[in-house]
Design a protein around this ligand. Structure first.
Ligand code: SF4
Length: 147
């Protein structure tokens, strides 16, 4: 059993979490790291608090108290437009201050978002491949299913 917390981007704070929950069930996207025959429990789900992300200073503690062993920064931070400029800072802060590993991403990147981002001049230099590589190597059919 692995217990996880999810932090989503404030721009999508009304999101019902459908893609994240589906991806966890299907073990795709950033959840492919968890074996299908092992239980994963979401023990916290919140948003960053809107730009510049003040809730990231607090909410991981509550997740940790509830048993979180890993925190996922949702895929919306990677492929919302513009991508969150604070992803690296969030990861560093959470891992340093709360001593919980951070995984970048939740559900697969919807194919239409991936195709749009690949045309952007800054996308490659933004280093997302290194930061969220697993999401970038997702099967295109699966990405399309998350459009
Ligand atoms: S762009 Fe980053 S800081 Fe701004 S609302 Fe989204 S996750 Fe929060």
């Amino acid at each position: 059993m692995t217990k996880i917390g999810i932090i989503i981007c404030g721009r999508y704070k009304t999101c019902g979490g459908g893609k994240c929950l589906r991806a966890l069930r299907e073990r795709v996207g950033a959840f492919a790291r968890y074996p299908k025959n092992e239980a994963v429990e979401i023990v916290g789900y919140s948003y960053c608090g809107d730009c510049p992300g003040g809730n990231v200073e607090y909410v991981p503690e509550e997740m940790k108290k509830n048993g979180a062993e890993v925190i996922h920064l949702a895929t919306g931070l990677v492929v919302g437009y513009p991508p969150c400029p604070n992803i690296r800072r969030f990861k560093e802060l959470i891992e340093m201050k709360f001593e919980i590993p951070v995984v970048i991403g939740t559900h697969p990147i919807p194919l239409k978002y991936a195709q749009a981002h690949e045309k952007l001049s800054f996308w490659k230099s933004a280093g997302m491949e290194a930061l969220a590589g697993g999401l970038m190597r997702e099967d295109k059919k699966i990405q399309e299913a998350y459009n």
